[in-house]
Ligand binder design. Structure first.
Ligand SMILES: *[C@@H]1O[C@H](CO)[C@@H](O)[C@H](O)[C@H]1NC(C)=O
Ligand SMILES: *[C@@H]1O[C@H](CO)[C@@H](O)[C@H](O)[C@H]1NC(C)=O
Length: 492
């Protein structure tokens, strides 16, 4: 009796696997809707006593940033406004008291990477025309404010860069990592693309110079290492995480779109040649550093593929030369991811390992829902556009951002910038999500020698961004799938 019941359950599970037809917006929309519903099951703000904008334990503030970014894309790509109010309320609630994504509740634990992930979410809301707050603080303004606080922490230990942690009392303050600096780079590129304000181009170039010269990017393979030790700048941590690659991939692509500069084109192409080799198996995305032989990914790492998929989708939108191949890889990955979404009590819980294309009943959680939803949505990236773009280029620094410009003096002295002194009032956070970001099995190499940055920040005149029109055509709905999904809803 029990075993026949079990086999009935597994039969149903098999029937309910989400068979995604990426050519059908109907199929994409229905699958996305089910997976989004599973994502929102983790939303604390909808539970009694839960905080608006936050997800249940053990998910941290930065996970929430990644989740809401995906729900902004969900709204933009499917046109479904089921979660519009929930998403908007969450974004509004987590902007921080000064609208710069420094949130008092996390004042002791927030890292540059956490703030960067949220700033990219605000950037997404700005680019997609997501309905603004009523109080005049636009998504773009919040992204700009966050960016200003981040680059305010740029110091000259190891020639430049921002640290992983904002507060000296936290583990990771002595570490300069690719995701924090990649977020500075990618944000600068997107801010420049969207506003034409030259200060962002200057910062993008400054961040690029440092990332390239610090040893964080391998010059022969364009692989992006995890980070370096501030106390020994040649001590590089060699883990390859997909979201790090995504930050560099998207930043270079946006800069090519905004400037037309061939160097950015070459770099964007090189990051894709690298990324498609490292993070895909037969065009199916995987988090190689924790998903190769057996799965060892932690709660942070289980979310990275979602961020990478989003940054690849954006790359496809702004870089026509890479669009077809990226969409091909995202589409194959999206179908594989959808095939894992057949578990849990709701019948559409997704799992981590897309290569197996099976629900594994084991690796499930907020990160898995974010990643599966993100890759499916971003396989449709060419149906939306990274707008609005600057109508005119502004070659002067706006007066309210004058102190944002990377100062010449920063590069003419080897002394650390004293303005980057961390707040001394911050208490260490023992349960900080950041503590788990770097695995204890640190691989160290002494081969990369950081070089001193040039004293000149070259600023070529920005040119009109290249226009790109994606293929917005929809293909007829998969009626059979709809019927199946209807069955799924009844069985729930
Ligand atoms: C989607 O359409 C493209 C172009 O028409 C075709 O090459 C591809 O095989 C289709 N994919 C699926 C999964 O049907
Ligand atoms: C900060 O935390 C408190 C207590 O958990 C909560 O009530 C409040 O809504 C939080 N504020 C934000 C902006 O999340």
């Amino acid at each position: 009796m029990f075993s026949s019941l079990l086999s009935l359950v597994s039969l149903i599970t098999l029937v309910l696997a989400l068979d995604l037809d990426p050519n059908s917006s109907q199929s994409v929309n229905s699958d996305s809707k089910l997976i989004a519903k599973g994502l929102l099951d983790y939303y604390a703000g909808s539970h009694y006593g839960g905080t608006i904008g936050m997800f249940v334990q053990p998910y941290y503030w930065w996970h929430a940033g990644a989740a809401w970014n995906t729900l902004v894309e969900y709204w933009a790509i499917t046109g479904d406004d089921t979660y519009l109010d929930t998403t908007r309320q969450a974004l509004i609630s987590q902007r921080g008291e000064k609208y710069d994504l420094m949130v008092a509740n996390f004042s002791t634990s927030e890292g540059n990477d956490d703030q960067g992930v949220w700033a990219l979410t605000m950037m997404a809301a700005a680019e997609r025309g997501f309905p603004e707050a009523n109080d005049g603080h636009t998504w773009l303004d919040v992204a700009k404010n966050a960016f200003a606080t981040m680059v305010g922490r740029w110091d000259l230990h190891c020639g430049g860069g921002v640290r992983w942690q904002i507060f000296s009392s936290n583990n990771g303050y002595d570490y300069k990592n690719s995701v924090s600096n990649g977020a500075v780079f990618s944000l600068a590129a997107r801010l420049y693309y969207n506003t034409g304000e030259k200060v962002y181009l200057e910062w993008a170039e400054t961040a690029w110079e440092w990332l390239w010269n610090s040893g964080l990017i391998e010059h022969d393979t364009y692989r992006v290492n995890d980070g370096l030790d501030v106390d020994d700048c040649s001590k590089i941590t060699h883990f390859l995480w997909s979201y790090n690659a995504g930050m560099l991939q998207s930043g270079t692509a946006y800069l090519f779109a905004a400037t037309g500069d061939n160097d950015w084109d070459t770099r964007a192409r090189n990051f894709w040649s690298s990324g498609k080799n490292v993070f895909f198996d037969n065009k199916i995305m995987l988090e190689i550093a924790c998903q190769q032989d057996s799965i060892t990914c932690n709660n942070d790492q289980r979310t990275f593929k979602g961020i990478y998929a989003n940054l690849l989708g954006l790359t496809a939108e702004v870089h026509p030369g890479l669009a077809d191949e990226i969409i091909d890889y995202l589409t194959t990955s999206a179908k594989a991811a959808a095939n894992t979404c057949s578990g849990g009590s709701d019948g559409h819980t997704c799992s981590l390992d897309w290569v197996s294309q099976k629900y594994d009943g084991n690796w499930i959680g907020l990160g898995e829902q974010i990643s599966a939803l993100s890759v499916i949505l971003n396989s449709q990236a060419l149906k939306v556009h990274a707008a609005p773009r600057a109508k005119q280029n502004q070659n002067s620094v706006p007066s309210d951002q004058a102190d944002l410009a990377p100062a010449q003096s920063l590069f003419s002295s080897a002394a650390p910038s004293s303005s980057a002194a961390p707040s001394s009032s911050a208490a260490p956070s023992s349960s900080s999500a950041q503590d788990t970001r770097v695995s204890s099995a640190v691989i160290v190499s002494s081969s990369a020698k950081p070089t001193t940055l040039s004293t000149q920040v070259a600023v070529p005149a920005p040119t009109e961004p290249a226009q790109y029109t994606g293929d917005g055509s929809d293909v007829a709905a998969g009626l059979g799938l709809l019927a199946l999904l209807g069955l799924g809803v009844i069985l729930m």
